[in-house]
Design a protein around this ligand. Structure first.
Ligand code: 4NP
Length: 158
């Protein structure tokens, strides 16, 4: 059975679409036998229907990830039933998801960077109001944690 992972940030135009595309690409390349379905959503509704931020798209494209077809949507109640893992980019996203989740689904909500234990970061910093370095950092952290997610899914034998 397919494993389903939802990446979650605030706007669904910078961090979570990046994490979505990175995990999908690394899984296809490194563990082609793994049936993995990846999506992303935002806790906020500011950018519904919009493609990812052009700065995220540019930095991702430079590393070979295509974000152009993605469109922002908001987290919905059915996500907690549909997805095995909901991975929050920062602690505010995590708290918002915990508050939305039915009690029996709260254990599906984790911090994305829990899967990058070697990193000094616990959160993926929001790059929206910052400079270009922030977008590069999102890619760096997403590549580290996506590998950790793949390791966890494959060693668990799912
Ligand atoms: P994201 O970045 O949560 O990584 O998609 C943001 C994008 C937009 C806003 C905040 C964060 N905003 O407030 O519009």
């Amino acid at each position: 059975m397919a494993v389903k992972v939802l990446m979650v940030c605030l706007g669904n135009i910078c961090r979570s679409p990046t994490a979505e595309a990175v995990l999908r690409a690394l899984a296809a390349r490194r563990v082609p036998s793994l049936e993995l379905i990846v999506d992303s959503a935002g806790t906020g509704a500011y950018h519904l229907g919009e493609p990812p931020d052009s700065r995220s798209q540019a930095v991702a494209a430079y590393r070979g990830y295509d974000l152009s077809g993605l469109r922002a949507r908001q987290v919905r109640a059915s996500d907690f039933e549909e997805f095995d893992l909901l991975l929050a980019m920062d602690k505010a996203n995590w708290s918002d998801l915990q508050a939305l989740a039915p009690p029996q689904r709260r254990d599906r909500v984790r911090l994305f960077l829990d899967y990058a234990p070697g990193s000094e970061h616990r959160e993926v910093p929001d790059p929206y109001y910052g400079g270009p370095d922030g977008f590069e950092q999102v890619l760096d952290l997403a590549e580290q944690a996506a590998q950790g997610v793949l390791d966890a899914l494959t060693t668990r034998g799912r």
